[in-house]
Ligand binder design. Structure first.
Ligand SMILES: [Zn+2]
Ligand SMILES: [Zn+2]
Length: 248
């Protein structure tokens, strides 16, 4: 089954329970990772995902909580014996940031590093990101302090749709991207500019016909009375747990 794994569910604010928001989608022996602000390899292993199955990494934007784990991820793939290439997808600003993070390290004596292939995604609505045997992934711009994309992942086998808002305040392009999602994974960092509250995420879920809303990019604490209001707007909502999985 196509499965979403919440590798991490936190924000840039420190919490004893949550690392930064990172996702993976898997089907069979194929894995696509979304963002790498923390120790992705450890989170993949904790989710029971073999590092060898990672076909691609999508970097949504240039902020540290989404990209700064990139060099560590490559080092860990290499030490785990990974030799086949890894493709990294992102808008130009995100790709450039990942490259800069990697290139500050002298890796010239590291033998057998996997080739890193960078693929730029256009920063426009419904931009194609990638298509493989299992998934078709498209992106649209969000509204944030830096250029950013949200992602829509469609399973070729089930037709199931998982949309990830990434960091954004409510905006039309992400609402259109989210249309009729089976899983809407929405940030709930707190009211913006550039971010959304849990209530605003619930409004997006309600207005775009989502089946289920999962809140991620969470602050250290969401007040209980806030969640009561959120459930009134959109009942099928849950606070994303570290390492939770969902079929779609
Ligand atoms: Zn950000
Ligand atoms: Zn962020």
């Amino acid at each position: 089954m196509p499965t979403l794994h919440l590798l991490g569910t936190g924000s840039a604010h420190s919490s004893p329970e949550r690392t930064t928001t990172m996702l993976a989608v898997t089907e069979g022996d194929s894995t696509i990772v979304i963002d790498c602000g923390g120790d992705v390899a450890q989170r993949l292993l904790a989710s029971g995902i073999d590092l060898e199955t990672v076909d691609g990494l999508i970097v949504t934007h240039e902020h540290p909580d989404h990209v700064s784990g990139f060099p560590l991820f490559i080092e860990k793939l290499w030490l785990a014996g990974r030799r086949r290439s890894l493709t990294i997808f992102g808008i130009p600003e995100a790709i450039q940031q990942a490259r800069k993070c990697w290139e500050v390290f002298d890796t010239s004596h590291w033998k057998g590093l996997p080739d890193l292939i960078y693929v730029e995604v256009s920063h426009e609505e419904r931009a194609e990101v990638l298509e493989d045997d299992s998934f078709e992934v498209t992106a649209s711009p969000g509204q944030h302090a830096t250029p950013v994309i949200g992602l829509r992942v469609v399973s070729k086998r089930t037709g199931g749709i998982m949309t990830y808002s990434c960091d954004t305040e409510p905006c039309e392009s992400i609402a259109r991207l989210s249309n009729r999602s089976d899983l809407l994974v929405h940030e709930a960092n707190g009211k913006g500019p550039g971010h959304s509250s849990a209530r605003q995420a619930a409004e997006v879920a309600r207005d775009t016909g989502a089946r289920r809303l999962i809140l991620v990019h969470l602050p250290p604490e969401i007040p209980k009375d806030e969640m009561q209001l959120v459930r009134r707007i959109f009942p099928d909502v849950e606070i994303g747990d570290e390492l939770a999985t969902y079929s779609f």
